[in-house]
Design a protein around this ligand. Structure first.
Ligand SMILES: C[S@@+](CC[C@H](N)C(=O)[O-])C[C@H]1O[C@@H](n2cnc3c(N)ncnc32)[C@H](O)[C@@H]1O
Length: 297
């Protein structure tokens, strides 16, 4: 386990992921009933953008740094407001030194009767996380394999909320583990919102993965194709050399407001975060060849 999120915190992929997380939580808060957030790959919770790691790899400058500096038209400001409120609360006015990880977004947005369950496998990261939330009774930290934990954590007693699965994609088998987690997770909790993060390296393989997952969910779990939303963004040509060029989310059972909000956010975000030729985004469902054929009949 060599992956350290501190090198990537606040980059373009984080901004999209955390904006989606914040929008989902704000949606659940429209009803008074409690909800749970289960974050299987939590990281350390929050990141110091002046740290050695962030200085050596200042990806945040081309991510949240640009977002904070940009003029945000009315509708974009509305959609980004939940995430930006969290960031502003962590920083002195007009400064950007701290950036929230997914745990901190959740911890700051939940209400007194909601809860967050965090799993982090890396020993010292889990310790850091545990210290951070030691006094917060609404946040529970476990040093544990987040994939395996789903077996006992789902369905949550609240029967409302979200599972975020945000692995480091260090191992070759990560896509397989992600798909298995999706299958098992949805078996245990078919009505929960599941947010899966995945990198975009080779679009052909990614589409095959998405289509296989969608096909299984629709045929084996009776998930409606409309209940699967995909939000991907790439900041330069996906074929380009160097660091990660694209990433995105598959969201199963998204809040019904999410697609319209992302339709406002994604073109603006892509424009602000582009790093060269070939940047783009997509917000769509996942249509497999089998589904397309069935619909055509
Ligand atoms: C991409 S980072 C998570 C970032 C975090 N979700 C956020 O948005 O701030 C992935 C994290 O998963 C941890 N990890 C790796 N394998 C894991 C596993 N099987 N279970 C739980 N955590 C794991 C890594 O140590 C790393 O901190």
């Amino acid at each position: 386990m060599n992956y350290r999120h501190a090198f990537h915190a606040g980059n373009f992929a984080d901004v999209l992921k955390h904006a989606v997380l914040a929008l989902c939580l704000e949606h659940y808060k429209r009803k008074d009933k409690p909800f749970a957030v289960i974050d299987t790959h939590a990281g350390i919770g929050a990141y110091d953008l002046t740290s050695d790691a962030a200085r050596r790899s200042p990806e945040w400058q081309a991510g949240i740094g640009r977002v904070m500096d940009a003029e945000r038209p009315g509708d974009v400001a509305r959609v980004l407001a939940p995430l930006l409120r969290v960031i502003e609360a962590m920083n002195e006015a007009g400064t950007l030194q701290a950036y929230p990880g997914s745990p901190e977004v959740s911890a700051r947005l939940i209400r007194s009767h909601d809860r967050v369950h965090l799993c982090e496998l890396h020993e010292s990261d889990a310790r850091t996380l545990d210290r951070r939330y030691a006094l917060n009774a609404r946040v529970k930290v476990e040093q544990r394999d987040g994939y395996k934990a789903l077996k006992t954590l789902l369905p949550p007693r609240e029967k409302r909320g979200l599972v975020l699965i945000d692995p480091p994609f260090e191992g070759r088998d990560e896509f397989v583990r992600l798909a298995e987690a999706a299958m098992r997770g949805l078996e245990r909790w078919p009505t929960g919102t599941f947010v899966f993060w995945r990198p975009m390296k080779d679009l052909w393989s990614l589409d095959r993965f998405d289509e296989g997952l969608a096909e299984w969910l629709v045929t084996e779990r009776d998930i409606e194709p409309e209940a699967i939303l995909r939000a991907d963004m790439w900041v330069r040509d996906l074929e380009s050399e160097g660091k990660l060029a694209g990433a995105g989310l598959v969201i199963i059972n998204p809040p019904h407001t999410l697609e319209a909000d992302l339709l406002v956010l994604m073109p603006w975000l892509c424009d602000v975060l582009r790093q060269g030729e070939g940047a783009g985004w997509r917000l769509d469902g996942i249509v497999t060849p089998e589904m397309a054929a069935a619909w055509a009949e």
